[in-house]
Design a protein around this ligand. Structure first.
Ligand code: SAH
Length: 243
């Protein structure tokens, strides 16, 4: 049930934290660890802190960037210690676990955790459908990375115990994966400039708001194809171009 769920760590600085994350995951029956540009890996310190969960380190997938780690995911949730300038749909860990588990029945799902020093960048958060925030002291809200993974993983494990065996998924929607969404956002950005709607130098905020809109809508691939077609028509092209 938890197998399609991956934990993605972005640019982790301390190898000990990677080991502690592997341990937290294995305790809670999660097994898929993705590492985006870890500072030091593999490492003896990571193995020591994994304390018997080094099988997760051995099978960890290393990626050059976050989109690569997310490319086949239907749902992406970013874990954030802080509230952000642009308000993104946000869960607490329990609601997050229910949603993640329900979608994991249909395909890969990612939970993304940021750097120890600075968390996730706005560009990285923009790749997420939702944020999850662990309720904490508003004046001291940043948990250690592995402890944040522990809390989220615990809720996932608990949620597996509360789920009905096989809820009716007939007719459930099939949102496009992350790779398809990124292709669409590139096309949208290009079309908005080409039709004179926005200035390429000043459209960052607009694109973020549009990302939030589409993250809420969770379009299916068929719907994205229609949107690509509309954009291409606005651009005055007969055939669809995939930028
Ligand atoms: N100093 C960073 C926090 C880094 S903690 C900042 O201010 O953003 C490392 C990572 O652990 C964060 O990027 C986030 O993914 C996770 N994390 C820490 N505290 C969290 C919290 N209260 N809720 C959700 N995720 C949290």
């Amino acid at each position: 049930m938890l197998d399609p769920i991956r934990i993605v760590l972005v640019e982790t600085s301390h190898p000990g934290n990677i080991g502690a994350v592997a341990r937290a995951m294995k305790n809670m029956c999660l097994s898929r660890l993705y590492l985006v540009r870890p500072k030091v890996f593999p490492s003896a310190e990571a193995s020591a802190r994994a304390s018997g969960a080094d099988d997760l380190l051995a099978t960890a997938v290393q990626c050059d960037d976050l989109p690569q780690a997310l490319r086949d995911c239907r749902l992406v949730v970013g874990a954030s210690a802080r509230l952000r300038a642009v308000h993104w749909p946000q869960f607490d860990p329990r609601a997050c676990a229910a949603q993640v588990l329900s979608e994991a029945r249909e395909g890969p799902v990612a939970l993304v955790f940021g750097r120890e020093s600075s968390g996730l960048s706005n560009d990285e958060l923009a790749l997420c459908h939702y944020l999850v925030h662990i309720p904490s002291n508003p004046d001291y809200s940043s948990l250690n990375l592995a402890m944040a993974v522990q809390v989220i993983s615990y809720e996932l494990n608990m949620a597996t115990r509360q789920r009905p065996a096989s809820p009716d998924q007939e007719g459930a929607m099939q949102p496009a994966d992350s790779l398809a969404m990124e292709r669409f956002h590139r096309h949208l950005a290009q079309a908005l400039v080409e039709v004179g709607f926005s200035d390429p130098k000043q459209q960052e905020k607009l694109l973020l708001r549009l990302r939030r809109l589409f993250a809420r809508a969770r379009p299916e691939q068929d719907e994205l194809n229609i949107l690509h077609g509309i954009l291409s028509a606005c651009q005055g092209r007969k055939s669809m171009r995939r930028p």
